[in-house]
Design a protein around this ligand. Sequence first.
Ligand code: IP8
Length: 277
Amino acid sequence: MKLVKLGGSIITDKRVMRRFSRKTAARLASEVARAHEQGEEMILVNGAGSFGHMLAREFELQKGYSCPEQIPAVAKVMKDVRDLNVRLLAVLNEAGVPAVSIPPNVVIVNRNRRIERFDASAFRRHLELGLVPVSFGDVVPDSTLGFSICSGDQIMLKLAQEMDVDRAYFVTDVDGVFSANPSRNKFAHLIPVVDKTTLGEIESTEASAPDVTGGIREKLWLGMEIARHNVEVVILNGSVRGRLRDALLGKEVICSVIKRDGGPDARGPAAARPEKG
Ligand code: IP8
């Protein structure tokens, strides 16, 4: 099975509150559809982008409950991220992907910001019917903090632990993991194979304030954890037409890869070649 996370930076305009990048999302949906036609099971996850991070940061929702004023903000963020997920479902269904929503707040309970309970059967039941489950970064109940944020990346990790996953694709708006921010540092270069040693060399590549769910290091740490479950992690640029489709179909694409277990079967430097099927 393949997992695909469509990041908030690619399906929303992160600078403008609640702006859905419909055209890009529709194109990516058609690329997912091409891969889905091949018959492989898929689970999708979408990030929150400007439908979640801005308001969550303003009300410090990532810290958990601190005052009653947060509660209307919790409801608002949960409505907004649900709205984004439904918009994504619409373009996926239009493209021919039988996508259904799995809302995190009903299948996940956190404990101190980490997933404590996860109902994988909700995903399995839909997969058995030939549907494509789509979950998303959300606010969820938290047994110590009242509520907290569960990122799409954390859901990807949980799915890698619980399901029979071969590859996990992270679709962003850059070619992969860079040594530094390429728009600010002319010496920045793409890191084709990311492992624990390269992690220490990566300068923060955040364009602005980091997401409430953490910066590049937190995201890469989660990527390494996913790889420890015998899953190859591919980080690629969804703003380049056809790149996600080609990667899903097993073609060579420009990207960064975290090898299974960060291990010895490291392949080719400038591009990754995911195996067919
Ligand atoms: O965009 C964040 O999910 P992410 C969810 O996958 C909220 O990190 C509510 C900000």
